[in-house]
Design a protein around this ligand. Sequence first.
Ligand code: ATP
Length: 248
Amino acid sequence: DTAAPVLAVNNIEVIYDHVILVLKGVSLEVPLGGIVALLGANGAGKTTTLKAISNLLRAERGEVTKGSIEFEGARVDALTPNDLVKTGVVQVMEGRHCFEHLTIEENLMTGAYTRRDGRGAVAADLELVYDYFPRLRERRGSMAGYTSGGEQQMCAIGRALMCRPKMILLDEPSMGLAPQLVEVIFETVKRLNEQEGVSFLLAEQNTNVALRYARYGYILESGRVVLDGDAEKLRENEDVKEFYLGLS
Ligand code: ATP
């Protein structure tokens, strides 16, 4: 890809609890308007990488001890998670994390808390979210805790959209969802990318689906990038086929 990277992670090291070295020098780039997949087995360091970018490690007693992170050419390592959201980078955490006792619509509205551009704009974006996820419109008055896993995943992405993101860090969107719903989620990611210009970095254990929607992929093993390349090339790679696609 020749486009300038909108996100650049340069050789970061992450340590938990002062001693547990989990990321051992990870570098990656997301081009402007790109969809990039971060792949690897359970425990490889995907979530840690996303949390390092969105500055959410401190709550886990983790810290970036080496390297740098740039968004739109400026260092963002020292920003608070809130300021990062204002800069345009929003993370959708693994496991959805909706507020179970709020309705779908109330959950979506919590995504707009950092905004200062008035109610009209927020209302328009709510409609935009409902246009992308018609299912959420139908369920707008339902308590999130009583909706399905797929609806909660849609709600989590919808809430991120309410922050007007330039980039979404999406952690394991396919987790626990039936294959059909996984396709619905990824199709929507693709449309958000194409029509709203949102860039995506998505962590996935489901290599197969991730490499069908992403244009580029990085494979993490034990805190290191062991392979990266165009999605098409990775899908043809013999090691990827054997270890991650189950096609050997
Ligand atoms: P998953 O699919 O489970 O999300 P992952 O690739 O995202 O896997 P991480 O969650 O980033 O992997 O975990 C990477 C490594 O860091 C694992 O060995 C994990 O045990 C360890 N780890 C994660 N969080 C902490 C923590 N708060 N304290 C100590 N070690 C941690």
